[in-house]
Write a protein that binds this ligand. Sequence first.
Ligand code: CP
Length: 304
Amino acid sequence: MPHLLSIKDINKAQAEQLLTSAQGFADAGLTVSWAYKSCCLFFAENSTRTRCSFELAANKLNLAVIQFDATTSSLNKSESLLDTCLNLAAMGIDLFVVRHRQEGVLQQLLPDLPKSVAMINAGDGCNEHPSQALLDVMTMRQCFADISQLRVAIVGDIAHSRVTNSLTQLLLLLGVKDIRLAGPPELLPERSEQRQGCYYFEKLAPALEEVDVLVCLRIQKERLTAQLSMTDADYRKHYGITEAVARQLKSSAIIMHPGPVNRGVELDAEVADGPRSVILKQVQNGVYMRIAMMDYLFRLQEPS
Ligand code: CP
């Protein structure tokens, strides 16, 4: 089954192919149509950017699109997720795009679904969010000639961040050697769960020295299992990207955020809307990257 559930599902050449393809769609417009294909956008967790950009991407590819509404579906009559997907596959769905709060749920479904059906992970719990990582790197490539030489800092709730999990894997795959993950100790992973090849920081200032790319993350309160010891005001004081913090960055440094942004907590409004911010560029690139991902999977479905 062709699928993109994790950055582990692609090698370096395939990652570069997706990045080049998405940039091609951004530069030259769409030259491809999959009018006989269908996809189901199965979002069982809240989303604005990911759901809407997958829907736009699907429409631009002329797909038949089913917006699956978990709240009004027969999931509420005790139908299992697997039976739901098997029924949708029986209707002729070629591609599932799934967001779910349960980590690894798509890997569990995979063996029981028809081999012809493709699947994209649009975010599963704290685990992975591969399309976000790919659009983030696409944005970095638009700003810097050689991303392998970048110093990248990711600041915030690292422990619960599926964006960090996918982005660090992708950056390492593409040869980035200086990846710094910073946040309060209670929002950093246990030492045994820290990713090899990344540097961890409990203080903001050393993590930001000479960085080219600063990725801010929100505190994912919906995933916390215990009350944080710091208030939002404490967080902003020690880890917030204020104008004063942003002024200390290299003049060429860019500021990213996967969204949604909590203005005045992890990122001040003046910085989010300022000249270093590429946040809306990330959102724009998300449509092209999701077109590229769907096109990539549909090509794998075609008989060779
Ligand atoms: N970045 C991201 O996943 O945003 P949404 O939750 O709005 O899709």
